[in-house]
Design a protein around this ligand. Structure first.
Ligand code: ATP
Length: 295
């Protein structure tokens, strides 16, 4: 069974104050884009993971795809006797939820392989136990995520948006970026307000207005990502100078997302960003795309 899962970019990521349980209340507008990992599940004697991609991806029980298979097996009361092979195209620790995509893909692949065919609600519930971004990878499209990001409502979108993603050399740890966000706020360098869904963003998505979407993009984690990786400032500037309608750090970074006006513009933008020499790789993509899909 081979399942494809998309990367996400956060069109809005608003971070509320720290809760008693250490998490933050978020307003998260997820948007699935056409950069995909693939997970293949094959019957085997025991659970194993192999990865076609960067050596930084763990191959032991810590791999999120392995955790997904183990959780599903436990739920079904069976042995997790499956070999998972991950083909990675989503940048690792890049703020595009690649690990979560692999977890969602493994859930679906094993669900089909083991002929469990769980209903969507149950899969979403298992996904939420694996991580806040995993339910969205199952659903795809564009969705508002509340709570820790896992309570999802689909958002109406007209048409397609064209993006260019600038990958960085090396990743950023998501907990480290949240900790830096807390530090900046405690030092009075960043405000902490109760997060709300942006009406301007919802209107831009509904009408398919790329210019308005470019203006409405917002990421509360961006100051923290820039603080930890100052070179991202120039990377974002390079995109704006090349005519991007919007430029922001994707999630916890360090991947940068640039919104283009059209498909043709995304090719021009990608060429200009390649030329800038500020990125390890530059990838055009479109969104929204569906969530995990059996190939
Ligand atoms: P997010 O946007 O959800 O915060 P991210 O895109 O920044 O996440 P990931 O690529 O999902 O980061 O991975 C973060 C860490 O999780 C990696 O550094 C790696 O150690 C670990 N990890 C576990 N499983 C995987 C996987 N299948 N793919 C990538 N990383 C994984």
């Amino acid at each position: 069974m081979t399942v494809r899962a998309p990367a996400k970019v956060n069109l809005q990521l608003s971070v509320g104050p720290v809760r008693d349980d250490g998490y933050h209340d978020l307003v998260n507008v997820f948007h699935a884009v056409s950069l995909f990992d693939e997970v293949t599940a094959t019957p085997a004697d025991a659970l194993s993971v192999t990865v076609d991609g960067p050596a930084t991806v763990p191959t032991g029980p810590d791999n999120l795809a392995a955790r997904a298979a183990a959780l599903l097996a436990e739920h079904l009361g069976r042995r997790p006797d499956v070999a998972l092979h991950i083909r990675k195209d989503i940048p690792v620790a890049g703020g595009m939820a690649g690990g979560s995509a692999d977890a969602a893909a493994a859930l679906l692949a094993c669900d089909v392989l083991w002929e469990a065919r769980l209903d969507r609600e149950t899969l979403l519930e298992l996904a939420a136990r694996l991580g806040s971004d995993v339910p969205f990878a199952l659903l795809g499209g564009t969705a508002v995520g509340l709570g820790r990001g896992e309570r999802l409502t689909a958002v109406e979108v007209t048409g397609e948006f064209h993006w260019v993603f600038g990958y960085a050399d090396g990743g950023l740890s998501t907990p480290a970026v949240y900790a830096e966000c807390d530090r900046l706020r405690a030092a009075g360098e960043q405000d902490s307000v109760w997060p709300q869904v942006s009406d301007d963003l919802m209107a831009a998505l509904k009408t398919g207005d790329a210019e308005a979407l470019g203006r409405a993009l917002h990421n509360d984690l961006q100051p923290a990502a820039l603080s930890l990786r100052p070179s991202l400032r120039d990377a974002l500037r390079a995109g704006r100078a090349a005519g991007a309608l919007g430029a922001l750090v994707s999630g916890s970074g360090p991947t940068c997302a640039f919104l283009a006006a059209s498909l043709a513009h995304s090719a021009e933008l990608a060429a200009a960003l390649n030329e800038s020499g500020r990125f390890a790789a530059v990838r055009p993509a479109s969104g929204p795309v569906p969530g995990v899909t059996l190939l």
